[in-house]
Write a protein that binds this ligand. Structure first.
Ligand code: PHE
Length: 366
């Protein structure tokens, strides 16, 4: 279904450039999709207000994949075959980007994921790009934070085996722990969407770790933290970017208090770039503060527009070449180097849930 299109004619009209976007606007990870979509829309509006690209306005065609496996393939096929988009922005969740990427690759349409951090996403092929760091980096950041900053030498890892993101990040975190001389004393699994985690949490408690790493998405994480608290587990819980949603705190309340996670950006960073973005986002969306997905959605659209300009063409193959030729890009999520694997090399930030808010702890450079 068509969720939104900005003003302009369709591609056949010839005076707009049609770009596709797929996102989880409804379903289990809706806050991810809504945020990245809002950031993307804001970028497109700003680009169009400044005269567009190659003298044409950008037109964004957005499809909702409902946070559901199977849907990314459907909607991306439609965007390419029926709508004829010149490039595609999406998704946040790695499993859904992994589903869509082979379709973009086979059709020769460049895809830019704003926020999928699993390494396999861009390994799909030379048409697949991202504006975020990857999980080998994120896993190392949190392994070092656990062992060095928190002095947690014994850790437990609790993985969502239904999610490529979770499985990958768990693996890289464990490698980082081993390198830092720590020890993984318990490894437990769950399936995203489960409601009862007591058996695994009891096993974790028995193993006696100093900290627990949960590389999962916010809804599951909140429930896990609530049940951990009920079982009297009071050690720090750590996670990755999948934690970043106001829903984590709405559901988890005091059970998520004090815990830490890594992510892509902090609205408190205070640089002029971030401040301008935060101000215009708030103006556009009734005072809402942009989260990492919003910032990455914005950066993905800006990255694409910049490449179309340099390609001086709206041909997907030429756009791909210009994207691949990008060495460095300055986004609201910071300065990124685009490497030969089409991944962004850039800093991560660590946030803590404190007083019911996400508070900035530190920036970690690659
Ligand atoms: N990195 C996560 C994934 O690959 C998605 C995500 C990005 C979640 C940014 C929150 C913030 O699935």
């Amino acid at each position: 279904l068509l969720v939104s299109g900005l003003t302009g004619c369709n591609k056949s009209g010839g005076d707009t450039i049609l770009i596709g976007e797929f996102a989880s606007l409804t379903g289990k990870e809706a806050t991810f999709g809504i945020s990245s979509h809002e950031g993307t829309i804001l970028a497109v509006k700003e680009i169009n207000a400044a005269g567009g690209v190659l003298g044409k306005q950008l037109e964004l065609k957005t499809e909702d994949d409902q946070s559901k496996a199977g849907e990314p393939a459907n909607v991306v096929n439609k965007l390419i075959s029926k709508d004829g988009v010149v490039a595609i922005l999406g998704e946040v969740a790695s499993s859904r980007s992994l589903e869509a990427a082979p379709i973009c690759q086979q059709n020769g349409v460049p895809m830019i994921s704003p926020a999928s951090t699993n390494p396999k996403v861009t390994e799909t092929g030379d048409h697949i790009f991202r504006v975020c760091f990857i999980d080998p980096f994120q896993g190392t950041v949190m392994a070092n934070f656990a062992t060095k900053t928190l002095n947690a030498k014994k850790v437990a890892v609790f993985t969502d085996v239904k999610s490529d993101y979770s499985k990958g990040l768990a693996k890289f975190f464990k490698e980082g722990i081993a390198k830092a001389g720590g020890q993984v004393v318990a490894e437990l699994d769950f399936n995203g969407g489960d409601k009862d985690f007591k058996a695994q949490l009891t096993a974790i408690k028995t193993a006696g770790p100093d900290a627990v790493f949960i590389p999962a998405y916010y809804t599951d994480v909140a429930l896990i933290c609530i049940q951990a608290k009920q079982l009297g587990i009071s050690i720090p819980f750590l996670g990755g970017d999948g934690w970043e949603s106001p829903t984590l705190i709405e559901i988890g309340k005091d059970a998520v208090e004090g815990h830490y996670f890594s992510t892509h950006y902090s609205a408190d960073a205070g640089t002029p770039n971030v401040q301008n973005f935060v101000d215009s986002y708030k103006k556009e969306y009734q005072g809402k503060v942009p989260d990492a997905m919003a910032a990455l959605g914005y950066d993905s659209a800006m990255f694409l527009a910049d490449a179309i300009k340099r390609a001086n063409s709206t041909e997907p193959g030429k756009i791909r070449e210009a994207l691949a030729a990008t060495k460095e890009f300055e986004g609201v999520t910071g300065k990124m180097a685009i490497n030969a694997q089409r991944d962004a090399v850039k800093s991560a930030v660590i946030l803590q849930v404190k007083g019911g808010k996400f508070t900035f702890v530190e920036t970690v450079n690659p």
